[in-house]
Write a protein that binds this ligand. Structure first.
Ligand SMILES: C[S@@+](CC[C@H](N)C(=O)[O-])C[C@H]1O[C@@H](n2cnc3c(N)ncnc32)[C@H](O)[C@@H]1O
Length: 288
């Protein structure tokens, strides 16, 4: 059997699902340790019976909706591959915006007197990308899930950042409430269990529920985080976060109640699809 034939048959198996055909190419190239381009010009196909058998196992998993990132244990985020498995949410490309904004708000790349905490770090995607980009900043990563933190630690090691970042278990800011951070960044679970329950079937089936659901309307964790920030003795300068489809009005109300009515500024930003997706709060009234 040639590589081309195997690819065509694999694509046939997933054709009834919304899995992009490209995923079969990426899968096979990864299994053979070659680039996607090499798949189409390789004469020596390197296929063994074992590879073919495993290929069909993986294609069946894709056809059932298991994300390719969990099969390959890898997802690229902000230009580098992160290890991922079922203990963490697969980092989404739109979340890179938060990293960009934190870097922008930091001003200079080599600032030393600058601290950031990534709340609900999961794989560590946000916090570790910030640590890579701001080599002298103090970066802390927290998550309530010890299992997720094992993945974050593995990524910190893989990116040679273990010595640079602090990785802690914490229910939101509970264990670090007395520390000062210039910036708090959070991509907390925001899918509503009843209201705003916008979730794809495969996401709900495969990704950890502790990373997805944020109480009845999806905003309970953000509400608790906002409350904690209001109670901090040393308030951060900025808070950045990501939220879900149709939650703008409810979120704006929360931002007004906790921050805007107390002298802060808050703004909502859209993603590339033009959907409200991010918020930034300036607690000192500094420009956004
Ligand atoms: C939507 S995922 C985001 C993961 C990662 N930051 C990203 O953007 O890819 C939310 C994360 O928040 C964590 N989480 C849920 N409840 C939490 C809590 N009360 N305190 C801290 N982290 C929490 C979950 O374990 C999960 O890793």
């Amino acid at each position: 059997m040639t590589l081309g034939e195997l690819l065509r048959e694999g694509e046939q198996v997933i054709s009834h699902r919304s899995v992009p055909r490209l995923e079969v190419e990426v899968l096979l190239a990864w299994m053979l340790g070659i680039s996607k381009e090499q798949l189409f010009c390789s004469h020596d196909n390197g296929l063994t019976d074992d590879t073919i058998e495993r290929f069909w196992e993986y294609v069946d998993q894709l056809a059932e909706g298991r994300p390719l990132a969990y099969i390959m244990n890898e997802r690229e985020f902000y230009g580098v591959p992160f290890y991922v498995d079922e203990r963490v949410l697969i980092p989404r490309p739109e979340t890179e915006w938060l990293v960009e904004k934190v870097i922008e708000l930091a001003g200079e790349k080599n600032r030393t007197d600058f601290s950031v905490v990534d709340v609900g770090t999961g794989s560590g995607a946000i916090g570790l990308s910030i640590a890579r980009s701001l080599p002298r900043a103090d970066v802390t990563l927290v998550d309530i899930s010890e299992e997720a933190l094992e993945v974050a630690r593995r990524n910190a090691e893989g990116l040679a950042l273990s010595g640079r970042v602090e990785i802690l278990q914490s229910d939101l800011l509970n264990t670090i409430i007395d520390q000062h951070f210039d910036i708090i960044v959070a991509n907390l679970p925001y899918i509503g269990e009843t209201k705003y329950r916008f979730i794809a079937h495969d996401v709900e089936k495969y990704e950890p529920h502790v990373a997805l659901f944020g109480g009845s309307n999806g905003l309970q964790l953000y509400t608790k985080l906002f409350q904690q920030i209001r109670e901090m003795k040393m308030r951060p300068k900025y808070l950045l976060g990501e939220f879900g489809f149709a939650q703008t009005e409810s979120l704006q109300e929360l931002l007004d109640t906790f921050f805007v009515h107390h002298g802060g500024r808050a703004e909502i930003f859209q993603d590339l699809a033009g959907i409200d997706r991010y918020f930034i709060v300036s607690l000192d009234g500094l420009p956004l």
